[in-house]
Design a protein around this ligand. Structure first.
Ligand SMILES: [Zn+2]
Length: 240
């Protein structure tokens, strides 16, 4: 199987932008007792509804918290997550809420770590034999004629970068908070050994901002004429 990363297609001439944030979020971590970092990054689960959690106010504001409080809040949301989901500080849940404006393609990647799709494009995509395509409602408001209805794809974590594309001084993530200290390399190499589930769309476990899809996903988008994003080949290699 061949893999690709997904980015906004700046050459397509679309002017649209989305200024939005997810409804709920885990806090960041302040001064981790092991690595001393204060940080937040995060996966996104837009189809996960936190309404069953009693103390929802704890999930409404982005802020750093001591690690014990972050870990307590993780345990409250864990039962609500889909299989295979991972948490890290700053992980978000629920619909995107905000404003949008301009012209959009069929697929929309306003940031490398979000992938939105027009409703009329998602339905034919889901009718194909692709795995891992769950569309979630957004609450993005448009004040324009012909406003698109955008759904966000919930993209589960899977796979990691291969050791060969990481710097020689690469360290494993912090044992307590999970923070990785290595910046995203310029030239990515996927560790094919770590791709263990049958998903056509996923985000890397160790670099949650990188969205990866299979050749099958690319072929289907091209056959259906879905534009708005550019696919870049992502080489892969098995680790020993
Ligand atoms: Zn740490």
């Amino acid at each position: 199987m061949r893999y690709f990363t997904i980015d906004e297609d700046r050459a397509a001439g679309y002017t649209g932008f989305v200024d939005a944030a997810h409804k709920w979020k885990l806090p960041g971590v302040r001064n981790c007792p092991v690595c001393k970092s204060t940080w937040s990054a995060g996966f996104a689960y837009p189809c996960v509804d936190l309404t069953p959690v009693a103390a929802l106010a704890d999930f409404e504001n982005a802020r750093p918290e001591p690690i014990e409080e972050y870990e307590r809040l993780c345990e409250l949301v864990r039962p609500l997550l889909p299989p295979g989901a991972l948490l890290e500080p700053g992980t978000t849940f629920g619909p995107l809420i905000g404003n949008g404006q301009g012209r959009f393609g069929q697929l929309v990647a306003p940031y490398p770590w979000w992938l939105l799709v027009r409703r009329e494009a998602l339905e034919p995509l889901q009718a194909e034999d692709l795995r891992g395509l769950e569309g979630c409602h957004t609450q993005v408001r448009f004040r324009q004629r012909n406003a698109p209805e955008l759904l966000e794809l919930q993209i589960l974590p899977m796979g990691r970068l291969h050791r060969d594309c990481l710097p020689p001084d690469h360290q494993p993530p912090c044992s307590r908070c999970g923070r990785g200290s290595t910046p995203l390399p310029d030239d990515l190499l996927l560790d094919a050994t770590a791709v263990q589930r049958d998903l056509d769309l996923f985000r890397l476990e160790d670099f949650s901002g990188v969205i990866v899809c299979t050749e099958r996903f690319v072929d289907t988008c091209q056959r259906l004429g879905l534009d708005g994003v550019a696919f870049k080949p992502l080489p892969s290699k098995k680790s020993r």
